[in-house]
Write a protein that binds this ligand. Structure first.
Ligand SMILES: [Zn+2]
Length: 408
């Protein structure tokens, strides 16, 4: 078995791992300018773990190689939405990773695979396990010369939207595990929800508006469900609304479609032409983008940035250099090339969809017969590998991008 790490080595973003002729994920790092995985590869097949840009974002680029493409049906539909969004942004930036035709070909080439179904892929038997990260997300298991498990992004705990990951894996010789939250512990979810909702209510009581920036896929719906559970009625604006329609077509990939539907019914969808009227009174606005890099959230921030009664409640991880990170660390954002100081309050809530330190270590322990573990997708992959070498009975490596490893 030959493994080449083409992206996501000692970094978060542009995940891509080539296992013999099978490519696991092919994502981009959505920074400015965007970064792509190492190239020069010619996979026969691509298996996509989930529909996040850093895992699926540039699969459409590979269509001239005519690979077979495998993913869950939800990931397929979400990838189509993301690809069109990427093309829209590309038009503005003048950098095109792929063309519309590539996206059409990709959709024709996708062979949908449901969880726990076995399929033959280039000499391996492949199986997808529910990764609990976003709807349709999968850990990828390959059984061939060796048995390999790639976790993709994984969450072991239940959320309102999803059940935690299915970790009833078969025996594994090689484990490739994400490391995003190695060394970090998430706060208690119920307590976090309570603090979050209290802060939203306080903002309204003070006469301000609560802006809740959310990732379109998963986080928007999770936050709507939390607000609904506490009897709060928000506005919802942005790509999260389109995503909801995709989820409704695939109810079996959700924990409870009725609860989600109730949450959306409880929210008022904002049409772009009505945005200006919403801020006339204190409002709760769930909107994209989650890291404040584009989307309707910039419109709302442009209107309330000088209102100390209002608040931005960030609901996810903020990558360094993004507007969201700048809002938290520097108290400013950039809108249309102009730096805008924020005179409102900015708070951060860790509604992560990744396993934390405890969850990650638990996954490694479950794969107790693994002979080697590769730690990827994190800022601290080397320390995670060291922890595994010291505490588990196996070797562990934090590969760099471009590393190639042959296992006998
Ligand atoms: Zn992800």
């Amino acid at each position: 078995m030959k493994i080449r790490f083409l992206g996501g080595g000692r970094e978060v973003g542009r995940s891509a791992i080539l296992v013999d002729d099978i490519l696991l994920d092919y994502g981009m790092k959505p920074c400015d300018p965007p970064l792509y995985p190492f190239n020069g590869l010619c996979p026969s097949s691509v298996i996509v773990s989930h529909a996040h840009l850093d895992h699926s974002g540039v699969v459409a680029n590979l269509m001239d190689l005519k690979p077979k493409v495998f993913m869950t049906p939800v990931t397929r539909d979400l990838s189509l939405l993301l690809a069109h969004d990427t093309l829209k942004i590309s038009k503005r930036q003048g950098i095109f990773p792929f063309e519309v035709e590539d996206v059409q070909i990709l959709m024709q080439r996708v062979q949908p695979v449901t969880y726990l179904d076995d399929c033959r892929v280039d000499g391996y038997s492949a199986r997808l396990f529910d990764a609990g990260h976003i709807p349709g997300s999968a850990s990828i298991y390959l059984d061939g010369e060796k048995r390999l498990l790639y976790t993709g992004d994984i969450n072991t705990l239940n959320t309102r939207l999803l059940n935690g990951a299915d970790t009833n894996y078969l025996d594994v010789d090689v484990l490739i595990i994400e490391s995003t939250y190695f060394g970090k512990i998430h706060p208690d979810r119920k307590e976090l929800e309570r603090q979050f909702v209290e802060s939203v209510i306080q903002t309204l009581d003070d006469g301000g508006s609560a802006i809740l920036p959310c990732f379109a896929i998963g986080r928007t719906q999770e936050i709507l469900m939390i607000l609904d559970a506490y009897g709060l009625s928000p506005y919802v604006d942005g790509m999260g609304v389109d995503v909801q329609q995709i989820f409704e077509r695939h109810p079996s990939y959700l924990r409870d479609i009725d609860e989600l539907q109730d949450a959306l019914d409880n929210a008022k969808v904002v049409e772009p032409e009505h945005r200006s009227s919403i801020l006339k009174e204190p409002s709760i606005i769930v909107t994209t983008a989650g890291m404040l890099n584009g989307g309707p959230v910039l419109y709302y921030l442009g209107k309330v940035h000088d209102d100390p009664r209002s608040k931005v409640l960030l609901t996810g991880y903020q990558v360094e250099g993004t507007n969201g990170w700048n809002a938290l660390e520097r108290g400013c954002v950039e809108i249309d090339g102009e730096t805008i100081p924020l005179n409102l309050q900015v708070e951060y809530y860790d509604f992560s969809a990744h396993a934390d330190d405890v969850g990650l270590k638990d996954i490694v322990k479950r794969c107790k017969n693994a002979e080697i573990v590769f730690t990827v997708h994190g800022d601290n992959t080397e320390d995670f590998a060291q922890w595994i070498r010291e505490n588990c009975n196996c070797d562990a490596i934090a590969p760099k991008n471009g590393d190639e490893i042959i296992l006998d």
